[in-house]
Write a protein that binds this ligand. Structure first.
Ligand code: ZN
Ligand code: ZN
Length: 459
């Protein structure tokens, strides 16, 4: 069995890994780097010969896991794409949206490589896309296997608790069990319920390490954090301001809407609280609503679009969108990247002490959102290299509603499944280093592997 890391660096970045097992070549995820532009955002797809991939497994619909799928499919037209049903529906929306974004970037920023693929290629990927339910064994040829049927090679999805449709994959082949976590959360969020991963001994584990550099604060609970957010929103409104919450369109937006509905039900927020979201967020929220009864989640009876009744904003409206007291603007992107709704809207509020900016998720330290999070009050900050810097005078608060497992919960699960080999992926260097040391101490007989990009490893 061989493993090849197709990312360009050991970092959170884009995700893409090739596994050669039982005579098949399987690619795990194929994302775009959220901070890179043009061809640099792609994984290192030239490291494997064209036409050599048999199957592609998608863990979930976030851009850093699905964003480069049509490019991979162009190189490997015979490959079959496997995911859960929500990931197929979400992935389709994400890929077409990505074409639109790239066409706009080509025009606005002059990036000649864009679009990296076309709407037609996104549709073509859909034609080779097979949906696989949770807890069913499947062959990489696309056949469903009986529970006890003998098969030299198979895979099976387990709920990963990260966003709607997210799944970890168990691959059984060459007499061994290999598990790929994708992005995972072992705790309940507001909508997503905790992962249901296998609890049996593993031979090889490929595990995400996103939060390895974050210690969970003593006494931290999600319920407590929701209470803190409700209090901060009330204070912001009493001051007479509006609140901007930069969010990812997928996952964080829906979790926030569910939180706001719950706050209204419990009388912590006024009924009819006005909330604004972007067009992509609205499309994805509709998928959450449509599949509410078909995927493990909490509050399956809450219909997010009806319950929160958000106003939908598009790119053309954003410049003129009124900023009014008592309103929540839950706008993409979560990292406040240049030319996005949250970045443009923030440029109008950063130097206004009455306004508030709340972070509820991850922002790369080098993104505009990350720089604002780290800036001192009053410091000069720049949202866009083409705009002048301005003093940071609005109220900035940071909340922890991560969709990723705490490092403590990943460590505890890994100690229960005692993999003989542990491959650390999807984390920045300090995060990976924490897990390396933790697993070396906990499991001295296991091999902990940091997979150098481009270097084929025998596992
Ligand atoms: Zn994710
Ligand atoms: Zn991810």
């Amino acid at each position: 069995m061989r493993f090849l890391n197709l990312t360009r660096n050991l970092e959170i970045g884009a995700n893409c890994y090739a596994l050669d097992i039982g005579g098949k070549r399987v690619v795990l995820d194929c994302g775009l780097h959220p901070r890179m532009e043009g061809l640099d955002a792609l994984p290192n797809l030239t490291a494997i010969p064209d036409g050599s991939v048999d199957a592609i497994i998608l863990s979930h619909g976030h851009q850093d896991h699905v964003g480069a799928i049509p490019v991979l499919m162009r190189r490997h037209p015979g490959a079959i794409l496997f995911s859960t049903e929500p990931t197929r529906q979400i992935g389709d929306v994400m890929l077409h949206n990505s074409v639109n974004v790239m066409l706009r970037m080509r025009e606005e920023a002059g990036i000649a490589d864009y679009p990296l693929f076309t709407h037609r290629e996104a549709d073509l990927a859909g034609k080779r896309w097979q949906v696989v339910p949770l807890h069913k064994r499947w062959s990489f040829d696309g056949e469903r296997l009986g529970a006890n049927e003998d098969a030299p090679l198979s895979f099976e999805f387990y709920d990963a608790g990260h966003i709607l449709g997210s799944a970890g994959t168990m691959i059984r082949g060459e007499g061994r069990k290999i598990f790929y976590t994708g992005d995972v959360n072992f705790d309940d969020q507001t909508i997503s319920s905790a992962a249901g991963f296998p609890e049996e001994p593993l031979d090889v584990l490929i595990v995400e390490t996103t939060r390895g550099d974050h210690e969970t604060a003593p006494g931290f609970t999600r319920a407590g954090e929701e209470q803190r957010l409700a209090g901060a929103l009330s204070r912001a409104f009493q001051r007479g301001g509006a609140v901007l919450i930069p969010v990812f369109a997928l996952g964080k937006t829906q979790e926030l809407l569910a939180m706001l509905i719950n706050m209204q039900r419990r009388g912590l927020m006024p009924n009819g609280l006005p909330v604004y979201i972007g067009g992509l967020s609205a499309k994805l929220t509709e998928i959450y609503d449509k599949l509410a009864g078909q995927w493990p989640r909490q509050y399956p009876g809450i219909h997010l679009m009806d319950g929160a009744a958000p106003f939908v904003v598009n790119g053309r409206d954003i410049v003129e969108l009124p900023m009014k007291r008592g309103r929540i603007y839950a706008l993409t992107s979560g990292m406040m990247s240049e030319h996005t709704l949250s970045n443009i809207f923030a440029s109008r509020m950063l130097s206004e002490p009455v306004q508030s900016l709340f972070f509820i998720g991850y922002a790369d330290p080098n993104s505009p959102g990350g720089r604002i999070r780290d800036a001192a009050a009053g410091a000069q900050v720049r949202l866009d290299p083409d705009q002048p810097a301005q003093p940071l005078r609005c109220d900035v608060e940071i909340f922890n509603f991560s969709a990723h497992a705490s490092r403590e919960s990943i460590r505890a699960w890994v100690n229960r499944v005692t993999p003989k080999k542990i491959v650390l992926v999807h984390g920045d260097p300090p995060a990976i280093e924490w897990f390396r040391q933790a697993f070396k101490a906990d499991l001295p007989n296991s091999e902990v592997i940091l997979p150098t990009p481009g270097e084929s490893l025998e596992l």
